[in-house]
Design a binder for this molecule. Structure first.
Ligand code: HEC
Ligand code: HEC
Length: 419
């Protein structure tokens, strides 16, 4: 009996609390027609198929996906046998590693990026210095602080361990032996020894190695392309809003979460950059993030423009499968460096709550710190780094910061990848 009264009391209390929250924000779940259209534009259900990548004709080949998946997890592709792509891009951590700056053979100067939905991005890395997923994959392997091995060593490894799968896709391999193909040989302006070994090979041998290396990138890219975000609570909310299902909306978001969404698409102007179903415009902006101490100033996109033009593995290069007219992104890219000082690629906000720390060098450890930063920048305070922040929003109150954080936490869903 007493238990019954207590239960009834608790029930009434809950009702009162819910009604109270509703009363504080009576319009939390009310959206104008225009706002519903904006919500729809952020909904995962609006995501079109990933754009084709003409520079990689193996992009959608299931054999390339299968080979690429094995290579992604293969630690033999590293100087100490300990580092694979998956060391920094862990499938159970949103394909990132929760470190402020990545650690492979040594520390890098930037944070490992999450990979869900990366097939939609025309530019890769925080500064966009690669113009395709396959060109991107070839960077870390020869980086001395990441995998730390040469393309020639990759050729020898693929020859030894993946010959059948490789030949099935790309055709016959030359006889790679470490006599004729010294394992340390690579083009390396910073390493005279590696460069001398590379120059010691014939042009035909160098070309055989670089072609294999490009193909390895193309198969890894075919796998990385399959890494996609799954629906989140936010997507269920938008579906309810699209259906005009008031009870569904109220059952999916608290009034505070809905208020956070209102700030996100309205006053906060977050969707100037975090837009579309992946919540990124894939462009480069400075948001005034401070430089981490002890690091050389990072010019971001400004420094990458030349790098992407000079990359031998870019869309216009000889290893690309694209016709020049199919390389519009690269040919018509904005080459003016000045606007891009200290600008970095807008990150997707899908699953953002699950993967601290934040920003290009993990400068902030919590979502609250990120939002406090935006709050300060809007007040013209607390901005560090190079360049001028592109932030246009006005003051955000402490209460709005709380709501924004609650909203960002609704963007969590599963991450899917080819198995
Ligand atoms: C030592 C850790 C480490 C390893 C190993 C590593 N990465 Fe990364 N990855 C990073 C970091 C750090 C960045 C950002 C680097 C930058 O902007 O300069 C990044 C960026 C990326 C991006 C760009 C994502 C985007 O949105 O632009 C992709 C894709 C990626 N890595 C895939 C790979 C693949 C494939 C491999 C293996 C061939 C690999 N990574 C190996 C740390 C690592
Ligand atoms: C001018 C474009 C722009 C606007 C407007 C903007 N952002 Fe960002 N956002 C970025 C960029 C660029 C970064 C990465 C900056 C860096 O690392 O230096 C970022 C990073 C973030 C991150 C960290 C994500 C991660 O993986 O590190 C969060 C969270 C975030 N923004 C939320 C917001 C919210 C909330 C708003 C609105 C108050 C907002 N942003 C407004 C461009 C923008």
């Amino acid at each position: 009996m007493i238990r019954g009264i207590l239960q009834a009391g608790l029930f009434i209390l809950c009702l009162a609390l819910a009604a109270g929250a509703q009363a504080v924000h009576p319009d939390a779940h009310v959206w104008t027609t225009d706002e519903v259209q904006t919500l729809k534009s952020l909904w995962l259900g609006s995501l079109p198929p990933a754009p084709e990548n003409p520079s990689n004709k193996y992009s959608n080949d299931y054999r390339a996906v299968s080979l690429g998946r094995k290579l992604f997890f293969d630690k033999r592709l590293s100087a100490n046998g300990q580092v694979a792509c998956s060391t920094c891009h862990m499938p159970d951590r949103n394909f990132t590693d929760n470190l402020p700056v990545a650690h492979g053979m040594d520390f890098t100067t930037r944070r490992s990026m999450p990979l869900a939905g990366v097939a939609y991005s025309p530019w890769l890395f925080w500064d966009g210095r690669a113009d395709s997923l396959w060109a991107q994959a070839l960077g870390p392997i020869e980086s001395s602080v990441e995998h730390g091995i040469s393309r020639t060593r990759c050729a020898l490894i693929v020859y030894t361990h993946y010959r059948n799968e490789y030949e099935d896709l790309f055709g016959p391999m030359p006889e790679f032996s470490d006599k004729e193909f010294p394992a340390a040989a690579r083009p390396a302006p910073d390493n005279a020894e590696a460069q001398a070994l590379w120059d010691g090979m014939t042009e035909e041998q160098r070309n055989a190695v670089s072609s294999l290396y490009a193909n390895l990138g193309k198969s890894i890219a075919a796998y990385v392309r399959t890494i996609m975000p799954g629906p989140s609570r936010f997507d269920r909310y938008v579906k309810a809003a699209l259906d005009g299902d008031q009870a569904g909306m109220e059952g999916t978001f608290t009034p505070e979460e809905a208020m956070g969404l209102k700030v996100f698409i309205g006053k906060g102007q977050c969707i100037n950059c975090h837009n579309g179903p992946l919540l990124t415009n894939n462009e480069f902006h400075s948001v005034g993030v401070p430089q981490p101490s002890g690091f050389a100033p990072d010019r971001g996109r400004a420094e990458a423009i030349r790098k992407v033009q000079e990359n031998e593995f870019n869309c216009l290069g000889k290893y690309s499968d694209a016709r020049p007219e199919e390389c519009a992104e690269l040919r018509f890219m904005d080459t003016d460096e000045a606007p891009y000082e200290g600008a970095f690629k807008t990150p997707s906000l899908r699953n953002v709550a699950e993967r601290p720390p934040y920003m290009h060098a993990g400068q902030f450890s919590t979502l609250r710190d990120v939002l406090k930063h935006y709050q300060k920048v809007a007040q013209g305070r607390g901005h560090g780094g190079l360049g001028r922040p592109d932030i246009a929003h006005g003051q955000i109150t402490d209460e709005e910061v709380q709501y924004l954080e609650m909203f960002l936490r609704t963007l969590t869903g599963s991450v899917l990848a080819a198995q």
